[in-house]
Ligand binder design. Structure first.
Ligand code: ZN
Length: 502
């Protein structure tokens, strides 16, 4: 087989796989939004059939033959050219999938689905004793998985590779050491400041239908193309891409709290704008995919926090809120802005403010790293969890469900995923700083309702590249320097220093 033909066949095969995958995504969206209560059982069987089909396609021996046939071909000589990027990524995924014995893949998938159900059931009852054997099984199987796919220095690196290619535990430890230390000292100063934000501004009467209308208008005006997307209500907000022209988001509405819908929607719109900016002509191949979970999160965090909690942003959008919500009559712009940036150490990650958020992630990262370094047993997690919450945030969970059992990630077998949230913040600070240095004073532009220059900058530097580069390299090329926690620390100092008069 000549290399050109082999590449064409391989590409066709992978794009077909992507179509099946995207049908599954659509069924997943439906499952999390509008499925009738009695439809879940059938949906689970649909997913099982699809998972089997996808697994067979991912490990199809023809992929190996096509990869052999294109190996060393002239048209792959430029590593940044789309064909070379695609071949590199297809090879990486194929080799990893082939190293996992089928029994292990099946056992893991089953343990993950059982783990999630167990989590829902035992979390409701606050029953750690009932839950932890499921978690133990997942940790054991995931250790086996790490051994099967292989790593250079430690098992945890093998897990990171699935979410953030090229990232390493040792480097993350450095990121968290600096960020954690600086955050805690800044937090102390913030809490001691006499200049505290007004309480209760976001916790008032905000009719849900009005929220939905306002949120829709707002995310449309910052650049989320609603003709190629939609917003629906859910309990757990998410962004989901069906394909070019169909990138959806969800948010949740509380009648007595505006923050969840508002900032949740801006966050998910950030994810969606990334997906909408990926090169559609490469859809179904790695060149048309996001670079990694950390980069994805950098887009959502940048819009939610750096942009969506800035004073300039609210100079533009606050009139829209005031027109629509009588609860904000008499609340000034600055007052609202300060309320939107209030810092409060808390127990629950998803409700954390911008400053303390990374401490929640640091705790999870340190615990899962200890698990995979065999320095901690699953049975001892609650004690270790509570101790870290006391140390880092000064709070102590009164029960398991607001402690070690609050997140679904571990129950779903997602180990190595949590640090991508903080990497997202690290990358967002780098990108925001570089874009601001090039484009000038953002806040003035935001106040005029101009968000397109920033979005265009992100489109060119990040979105257009798909998976061309590993995440760190992509950020380095976009900003001119390798990413590090120092920029995020400086950004947080500036932002909270101004807000709290430090
Ligand atoms: Zn996100």
């Amino acid at each position: 087989m000549n290399p050109e033909n082999a590449y064409a066949e391989l590409r066709q095969f992978q794009i077909e796989t992507a179509y099946y995958h995207s049908l599954g995504a659509l069924a997943g969206w439906d499952q999390r939004t509008y499925i009738p209560r009695k439809g879940h059982e059938h949906r689970a069987r649909q997913f099982a059939a699809l998972a089997q089909l996808l697994h067979r396609r991912r490990t199809d021996p023809r992929i190996g033959e096509w990869l052999d046939a294109v190996s060393g071909a002239d048209f792959l000589s430029d590593p940044a050219a789309p064909a070379a990027v695609n071949v590199r990524e297809w090879r990486r995924v194929y080799e990893r999938s082939r190293r996992v014995p089928e029994e292990l893949a099946v056992a893991l998938a089953q343990a993950q689905s059982e783990g999630e159900s167990a989590w829902e059931q035992f979390r409701r009852a606050d029953d750690w004793e009932g839950f932890w054997p499921y978690l133990k099984r997942l940790v054991d199987l995931t250790r086996e998985y790490a051994e099967a796919v292989g790593y250079e220095s430690e098992a945890y690196d093998a897990l990171l590779e699935d979410y953030e290619p090229g990232e390493r535990a040792a480097r993350l430890q450095e990121v968290f050491a600096l960020l954690g230390r600086e955050t805690r000292s800044l937090l102390e100063a913030v809490l001691a400041s006499p200049q505290q934000p007004p309480a209760g501004v976001l916790e008032r009467d905000y009719p849900v239908e009005v929220q939905a209308r306002v949120v829709r208008e707002l995310v449309g005006r910052i650049g989320y193309d609603l003709e190629a997307g939609r917003i629906d209500p859910t309990t757990h907000p998410f962004e989901l891409s069906v394909g070019p022209g169909d990138v959806r988001i969800t948010t949740r509405y509380y009648p007595d709290y505006l923050g969840a819908a508002l900032f949740g929607a801006i966050h998910e719109a950030g994810h969606a704008m990334y997906e909408q900016g990926l090169p559609a002509e490469h859809w179904g191949t790695p060149m048309g995919e996001a670079a990694g979970m950390g980069v994805h999160e950098s887009q959502s965090r940048l819009w939610e926090n750096a942009v969506g909690r800035s004073l300039g942003f609210w100079r533009h959008f606050y009139p829209l809120l005031q027109e629509n919500f009588s609860s904000l009559a008499g609340v000034g712009l600055e007052e609202f802005h300060r309320a939107a940036n209030a810092v409060r150490p808390s127990l629950i990650r998803v409700e954390a403010d911008e400053l303390t958020y990374n401490l929640h992630i640091q705790i999870r990262f340190e615990l899962e790293l200890a698990l995979f370094r065999r320095e901690l047993d699953v049975a001892d997690l609650p004690g270790a969890w509570n101790e870290k919450y006391r140390d880092y945030l000064g709070v102590e969970p009164p029960d398991y469900k607001s402690g070690v059992m609050q997140d679904v990630h571990w129950a779903a077998g997602l180990f190595g995923y949590f640090p991508t949230y903080t990497l997202g913040n690290v990358y967002a600070a780098e990108l925001y700083g570089a874009a601001r240095a090039e484009l000038g004073d953002f806040e003035e532009a935001f106040a005029r309702g101009e968000f397109a220059p920033l979005l265009e900058w992100l489109r060119g530097r990040i979105h257009a590249h798909g998976r061309r580069y590993q995440p760190r390299r992509l950020i380095e090329l976009a900003t001119g320097r390798p990413p590090g926690a120092g920029t995020l620390v400086a950004y947080l100092r500036e932002r909270f220093g101004n807000l709290y008069g430090l």
